[in-house]
Design a protein around this ligand. Sequence first.
Ligand code: ATP
Ligand code: MG
Length: 656
Amino acid sequence: VPDSADAVLEGLDPEQREVATALRGPVCVLAGAGTGKTRAITHRIAYGVRAGILQPSSVLAVTFTNRAAGEMRGRLRQLGAAGVQARTFHSAALRQLQYFWPKAIGGSLPRLVDRKIQLVADAAAACRIRLDRGELRDATAEIEWSKVTQTVPADYALAAAKAGREAPRDPAEIAQLYAAYEDLKRGRGVIDFEDVLLLTVAVLQDRQDVAEQVRAQYQHFVVDEYQDVSPLQQRLLELWLGDRDDLCVVGDASQTIYSFTGATPDHLLDFRSRHPRATVVKLVRDYRSTPQVVHLANGLLAQARGRAADHRLELVSQRPAGPEPVYTEYPDEPAEAEGAARRIRELIDSGLPAAEIAVLFRTNSQSETYEQAFADAGVPYQLRGAERFFDRPEVRKAHSALRAAARFGGNDSLLDDAVDLPSQVRAVLSGEGWTPEPPAGSGAVRERWESLAALVNLAQDFAAAGAGATLSDLVAELDERAGAQHAPTVQGVTLASLHSTKGLEWDVVFLVGVAEGMMPITYAKTDEQIEEERRLLYVGVTRARERLHLSWALARSPGGRANRRPSRFLKGLRPGSGPSGGGTAAGGSGGVERGYGSGGAPTVAPRRTRRTPARCRVCGRTLTDAGEMKLMRCEDCPSDMDEGVYERLREWRAVQ
Ligand code: ATP
Ligand code: MG
């Protein structure tokens, strides 16, 4: 913990310091990826609290995911500023709503709908509109989009046309379905995810007393990833503020990747015109990535068009030179996955922690091939957002045992000999039947052991991060992570879709499937949609600190038609792809590598069958239906097109 407020400012560059010390009035930070936006606002809050200018409980920091919120709380604690609310829009709204509902509306807050798709299906049946599964999901996305853009059914057709939405049906039918869905939902006395924000907005708008109470509680607002705020979230923010303007927003228009869910960078880009007296700070020093990675990112942005691109900032890497990005072409997707697995195996064998590696893809359906290849190559991995770790019975039991030990630890003979935190945790867990050595064999016993081993690892990481951390600190951390459904420790290689990588970083990133049809994805058609795909690739590239591997496969499966081409976004940037657009081609060493085909690989291990039960990668539910297992997603969860919805579903399941 820094010993003074000023010490909190150490480790910030002059522009970041400007952000951190501008504690009053509107502040807007426009900056590229990896320039320390999140760091600057975290230090800003800590500085304000440590300097006695901000009351911790009067600050509301809004982040994009529960995970980001948890990380910010952790950082704030390390900086000596515990007690600040860091939440997503939804969890902040839900808390307020639960608190004010009895007084403002009466009774208790209605239950959140559990099977939303089913509700939409019922509404469709009521209107005699026949929809197949895919259409049902798309129609649901249309309803969600309408709600976050504050579009009522009567206005849907016009608004959807204006926004270039591709509805699965005649817009008039979607509007009818939307109205029926709302009626049905009301009739059943449940609310949906969007209603949480809509109702909070309504209560704050209509009830002056409630609005005053909320405004008395929160006086300073900080919003990360502001480029992806929806009109509804913006409205909520305005209501929280009232006529005040102690608001600090940070964002990067070039990372706008949720437009299809109604998010828009306009609020970020128009900030100065809405707040003429705003302090505007631009950050261009990139602290995350090597000059080679930054060069590619700049090259991608140089070819971008549209409003976001007009505001791009050229990044300047602050890091020493690293290796050039590696481009590899494979004959088919399994070969691509095996190639990545082989390289990752080598990196891990050479001493790089698996947690420092990520494989990023466009759609979740791509992950299966990688899971298989990793299982074959013995590469540990985790799917981002797929696990519901804290729901597992053994973890729940261990969690409460640790809680009890933290409370009564002093009298507990188990802990007498345990001098450091990890040993204390091991001692408590051995009381739960856990042994330091893994049990023989596989299956449920082994899985149980792994879960508890993950808790021990977490204790180790936690102790290493903060000297003097006690068992009670650890239990508080576990409580928080359980609330945020945040997996205990990142031990394996991360497998994640590009949409779920906001704000994250790894030493080594494998961007796979960088082919036409995947990036951009086939259903991206309009110029705006193509630009959003380009931004998605930019987000992926800028996750890498050191090494970046980009690859694509010419065919989907071995022996299949080799009709794929590398992504158009790499034109001029990858070696041998025509005139340089300012990319790595000119300075790059070597050309595109050729990966092995499945047949040509030195050894291809026989495919093993999956041991772990298949779970829905959105909500974590165990899957039994063959169709669902193939998709790795249960029927209730939205399709790959709706990544934003995924994240929101995870969020509300976490806050429930
Ligand atoms: P993104 O756009 O991806 O969300 P960001 O702008 O929020 O990125 P951060 O995640 O805050 O960037 O910072 C990127 C990395 O650079 C982090 O590892 C952070 O610790 C580091 N960093 C940021 N500022 C500095 C600095 N002044 N000195 C050293 N390291 C820094
Ligand atoms: Mg960030």
